[in-house]
Ligand binder design. Structure first.
Ligand code: NHR
Ligand code: GAR
Length: 219
């Protein structure tokens, strides 16, 4: 990041509801996140996240992945459009397309994702059902740097929630989301403050390498 005068410029990618996007908009509006959102992208033209962005006066672009012949072609277009905003940081917020190595390398050290599990447990999809089926006492969410390894990049911050008797994937998803809305803007704020970097596959916060699950958030 350059001098204190220019806030961290974000581009946010969504595929769905965009409640995590909303937590960034709210954090910027209440002063807890020193950043600007330059644009919001979706691979799904009907994603509610695009409406949230438009309601907040943020530029939106829908790039429908079904109109591309290959992942590489979709990613190349997405990259070209994202780079036109020169973001400092790219945020995957419920973005549901796996990204190609070329895309990930282009944003090395400035691409974050939030994943709804206590990584390294349950990379991939259907995380809440898998945690319930395994009889785990807890699950949660993890913010991590995105690398070529799916959901395998270094963790930055993680929050746990208890799994209660009778929980379903849906009830759990709701409780985990309330934690996501706290930890994701927090991670972005650390990055905006220049306190968070990726160095040789380690997440570094305040010059100290974070441990496997990242910073453990407790409220
Ligand atoms: N790309 C790379 N290279 N690395 C990561 O760590 C990534 C990534 C892209 C997205 C988010 C991730 C999650 O947090 C994410 C991390 C989608 C899928 C998936 O299987 C898996 C993981 C994640 C996102 N997507 C299907 C696909 O074929 C499509 C599913 C759908 O459209 O509903 O891309 O969970
Ligand atoms: C969030 O729970 C996020 O962790 C998860 O999707 C939800 C998006 O909600 N991400 C993934 O599963 C990525 N594969 P939102 O659209 O309301 O932010």
């Amino acid at each position: 990041m350059s001098a204190s005068t220019s806030p961290c410029k974000l581009v946010i990618l969504v595929s769905g509801s965009g409640s995590n996007l909303q937590s960034f908009i709210d954090g910027i509006n209440n002063g807890s996140l020193s950043a600007d959102i330059a644009a919001v992208f979706s691979n799904r033209p009907k994603a509610y996240g695009l409406e949230r962005a438009a309601n907040a006066g943020i530029a939106t672009e829908a790039i429908d992945h079904t109109e591309f012949e290959s992942r590489e072609a979709f990613d190349a277009k997405l990259m070209e459009r994202i780079d036109s905003y020169s973001p400092d940081l790219v945020i995957l917020a419920g973005f549901m397309r796996i990204l190609t190595p070329g895309f990930v390398q282009n944003y090395h050290g400035r691409l974050l994702n939030i994943h709804p599990s206590l990584l390294p447990k349950y990379p991939g999809l259907h995380t809440h059902q898998r945690a319930i089926d395994a009889g785990d006492p807890q699950t949660g969410a993890t913010v991590h740097f995105v690398t070529e390894e799916l959901d395998g990049g270094p963790a930055i911050i993680q929050a746990a929630v208890n799994i209660e008797t009778g929980d379903t994937a849906e009830t759990l998803a709701k409780r985990v989301l309330t934690k996501e809305h706290i930890i994701y803007p927090q991670a972005a704020q650390w990055f905006a403050e220049g306190r968070l970097t990726l160095e040789s596959n380690n997440a570094i916060l305040d010059n100290t390498p974070l441990s496997a699950g990242g910073y453990q958030y407790n409220d």
